[in-house]
Design a protein around this ligand. Structure first.
Ligand code: FES
Length: 184
């Protein structure tokens, strides 16, 4: 009587099953490896990190990091209309971050890629811009800072803290973190 219990006849079947299992296992591992090897799309957080730190990166040309700068009346600032109204060396206060930011205006006039947080590094008092003296002054213990936040007089020993400023799509974007290199 023909029966499948014949060990000779089941050999090729077992062999092909093992082959199939090995093939599937290999394919599965390969697929997993491909998933991990393929570059993953950047999340919004990744782009914010990248474009805040390296705004000129080619992946950031359409990305708007941080928040838009507003004038003191709360209106969005258009860069091309704003710059001609500024004077090199005179910082311009803008809103957008939790505290006021002073934009640093270079020759041109052109926008520096950083702005000043008017917070005294000595004990944290708010410093005031004194236009007639062209400097910031701290009302608490008398520290003075120049128009780029460098210390002119103590007791403060550190310059005013920086935020990152990015020009993009005719906007001024404020990023609430210091640039990777302090240019002062
Ligand atoms: S807090 Fe500004 S000088 Fe002390």
């Amino acid at each position: 009587m023909a029966h499948s219990s014949n060990p000779q006849s089941s050999q090729p079947l077992l062999h092909s099953r093992r082959h199939l299992l090995r093939y599937l296992a290999g394919g599965g591992l390969g697929a997993i490896a491909l998933v991990f090897a393929r570059p993953q799309p950047a999340t919004g957080q990744d782009l914010e990190e990248l474009c805040s730190t390296f705004p000129q990166n080619s992946r950031c040309l359409d990305y708007l990091p941080g928040v838009q700068a507003l004038d003191t009346a709360g209106n969005a600032i258009a860069l091309d209309a704003f710059l001609p109204t500024t004077t090199p060396g005179i910082p311009q206060p803008v809103q957008g971050l939790p505290s006021v930011t002073y934009l640093v205006i270079n020759d041109g006039p052109a926008l520096a890629p950083y702005g000043l947080r008017p917070v005294c590094p000595h004990r944290g008092c708010a410093v005031l811009w004194q236009a007639d003296q062209n400097r910031f002054a701290c009302p608490c213990h008398g520290s003075k800072f120049d128009a780029e936040g460098r210390v002119l007089r103590g007791p403060a020993r550190k310059p005013l803290p920086l935020v990152t400023v990015v020009e993009r799509q005719n906007q001024i974007r404020l990023v609430d973190r210091a640039p990777s290199i302090d240019p002062r």
